[in-house]
Ligand binder design. Structure first.
Ligand SMILES: Nc1ncnc2c1ncn2[C@@H]1O[C@H](COP(=O)(O)OP(=O)(O)OP(=O)(O)O)[C@@H](O)[C@H]1O
Ligand SMILES: Nc1ccn([C@@H]2O[C@H](COP(=O)(O)O)[C@@H](O)[C@H]2O)c(=O)n1
Length: 213
């Protein structure tokens, strides 16, 4: 089974994806970490984020064992990831890894920006998780603050708006809801409520009537 989850930054898609994966005993892939790692490596190798050749070279050499590097969660690498993510050459290299990941039985829960539209257009279930920019900025601010980052909430909101704009307007694989994806707005839902709503949508898409609780 393949469950594809897309949505903008800090909408809660990764949190929901991880819990759905545990619930159904599936593997989980956070594809944002791939782009963050490519940005990290491009810079570490002395390249420019805007240089598609340097970024594609970093993508081809990517060591997926480094995807749990805590530095990937910093605000700067979120922004940097959205720059390398604009290069079609980078996306082509990462597409192969993502398709291979979901192909392994029993399937996977995979979250990102273009999963339902490009990576897994035939996924069994597609969700599009969203929330208002203000709510997303607040959540990301709390997360960064807990990690010890000194950043103002207004700055986080400005970053989120910039990133939304870049992700939605790029030519290759822009962020958008797939026509057959179910919408989950988590603005007024806490994590448990968002998870239960997500399970209801997954079960409905599979033709079942079960609940998470
Ligand atoms: N429904 C919710 N209510 C409150 N906080 C939430 C909710 N869902 C997630 N969070 C928190 O918001 C932050 C962002 O969530 P998460 O990382 O799941 O978002 P995301 O969409 O995967 O973000 P990104 O695309 O940037 O990786 C985390 O700190 C998470 O704990
Ligand atoms: N499938 C994807 C996933 C991510 N991106 C880009 O990476 C940036 C960081 O992603 P996070 O989910 O970790 O916030 C994101 O802003 C996108 O530019 C992507 O293009 N496709």
């Amino acid at each position: 089974m393949i469950i594809a989850i897309d949505g903008p930054a800090a909408s809660g898609k990764g949190t929901v994806a991880k819990r759905i994966a545990v619930h159904y005993g599936l593997r989980h892939l956070d594809t944002g970490a791939l782009y963050r790692a490519v940005a990290r490596d491009t810079l570490a190798q002395g390249g420019e984020l805007a240089d598609s050749s340097a970024a594609a070279a970093a993508a081809s050499r990517l060591d997926v064992a480094t995807l749990d590097d805590p530095v990937l969660r910093t605000a700067g690498l979120g922004e940097a990831a959205s720059v390398v993510a604009r290069h079609p050459e980078v996306r082509a290299v990462l597409l192969a890894y993502q398709r291979e990941f979901v192909r392994i039985p029993p399937g996977a829960v995979i979250d990102g920006r273009d999963i339902g539209t490009v990576i897994c257009p035939n996924a069994d279930v597609k969700l599009f998780v969203t929330a208002t920019p203000e709510e997303r900025a607040h959540r990301r601010f709390l997360e960064l603050q807990a990690a010890g980052a000194a950043i103002a909430e207004a700055e986080v909101l400005a970053d989120i708006r910039d990133r939304d704009q870049r992700d939605m307007t790029r030519t290759t694989a822009p962020l958008r809801q797939a026509e057959d994806a179910a919408l989950l707005d988590t603005t007024n839902l806490d994590i448990d409520a968002a998870f239960r709503a997500a399970i209801d949508l997954v079960e409905a898409a599979m033709g079942n009537a079960g609940r998470a609780d």
